[in-house]
Design a protein around this ligand. Structure first.
Ligand SMILES: [Zn+2]
Ligand SMILES: [Zn+2]
Length: 349
């Protein structure tokens, strides 16, 4: 398996972002990204204009952010036609996208309050609507801008890094409840518009600066260098063969979480029936506060570069890591399932 690192949920001047696709690609190359997923609002024009594919060693994927009824947003990769989907009920949108073979993710799952305006997020029960592959577990822009008021702008401009808090606790808790019974992939996203802040008239989080912050690391077979790699990336993200890292603190390339069970080596996102004790291993490129969780509850912790744990019960196992006490890495789970009866698969809470 190879590791590819990229930025997801980027707005260009095809909707309300400030940059052209040429500028975005150049910024991605400078930030050493392998891929960028564009998600302009309710338009596939970048794709129609032929932008999907490799540009200067960066795979540009022309996704979309669809606005559904009640203003809930869905981030989609692989959509072919979105005519008439805007403002439609979520269930209808997901049904339509599923028929197109697209992958949909719950966008910015918790509400943020910016400059006194409440940005609407999807409802937690939306996650149960059939057709979602996963969720934006950590939406960077919604994280750092939540609670931002006009009088806090000067300190935000100087030290926006201090506004980083990590995934919203309610989103994390709900994700743990969902993954305890079914696979639900997590991605880390920027929602970067590189907007000009009105009072100071400058872009604080330019595309390049944003691309050095929250990234999604994907484990995949080697890419071919052809536009079809966009489908390979989509498949890996939907399967949860990925982890989220705030690479601003430390480059998380090489971070791994694996399970050895029944003579097999499992990666993040993989699911197997429980076959007795499993050995879970975590490896980090730098010393970090590693924490292994089962169905959302911590089972092992160490400040180290490795962690090994013998799991003696089934569950959805995942890893969180803190770097110098700050939120850093969140992996997708490895799912070791006891056999469940169909009536037990209802998510509660
Ligand atoms: Zn949105
Ligand atoms: Zn957006």
């Amino acid at each position: 398996m190879l590791e590819y690192v990229g930025a997801i949920h980027i707005h260009s001047c095809y909707s309300d972002g400030s940059g052209t696709l040429r500028e975005i690609t150049a910024a991605a190359r400078k930030a050493d990204l392998d891929f960028v997923v564009l998600t302009d609002h309710d338009t596939l024009r970048p794709r129609e204009d032929g932008w999907q594919g490799w540009r200067d060693d960066v795979l540009l994927v022309t996704g979309i952010e669809v606005t559904c009824q009640h203003r809930s947003h869905v981030v989609v990769l692989g959509a072919k036609d979105v005519t008439g989907l805007r403002w439609k009920p979520l269930r209808r949108v997901l049904f339509d996208l599923q028929n197109q073979g697209a992958s949909a993710f719950v966008a910015h799952a918790h509400p943020a309050h910016i400059m006194g305006i409440s940005l609407k997020a999807g409802e937690l029960h939306d996650w149960d609507v059939p057709g979602f592959a996963g969720v934006e577990l950590w939406s960077f822009m919604h994280d750092i801008c939540d609670g931002l008021t006009p009088w806090r702008i000067p300190s935000f401009v100087r030290t926006w890094q201090r506004f980083i808090r990590g995934p919203h606790p309610e989103t994390m808790a709900h994700w743990d409840r969902v993954t305890a019974v079914r696979r639900f992939a997590a991605i880390g996203t920027l929602d970067n518009h590189a907007i000009v802040i009105p009072v100071i008239g400058a872009r604080v989080l330019t595309y390049e600066v944003g691309f050095r912050t929250l990234r999604t690391h994907v484990l995949s077979e080697e890419w071919s260098g052809r536009p079809t790699d966009a489908a390979v990336l989509r498949e890996a993200l939907s399967a949860g063969r990925a982890f989220i890292a705030l690479d601003l603190w430390a480059d998380a390339r090489g971070f791994r979480f694996e399970a050895e069970t029944g003579g097999e080596l499992l990666q993040m996102g993989e699911e197997r029936p429980w076959r007795g004790p499993a050995v879970l291993r975590v490896r980090s490129p730098v010393t970090a506060g590693l924490r292994l969780l089962c169905d959302g509850k911590p089972v092992a912790e160490a400040e180290a570069t490795t962690l090994e744990y013998r799991a003696d019960r089934p569950g959805a196992y995942r890893v969180e890591a803190r770097h110098a006490g700050r939120p850093w890495v969140y992996t997708n789970p490895i799912y070791l399932r006891r056999e469940v009866a169909p009536h037990e698969t209802q998510v509660k809470g």
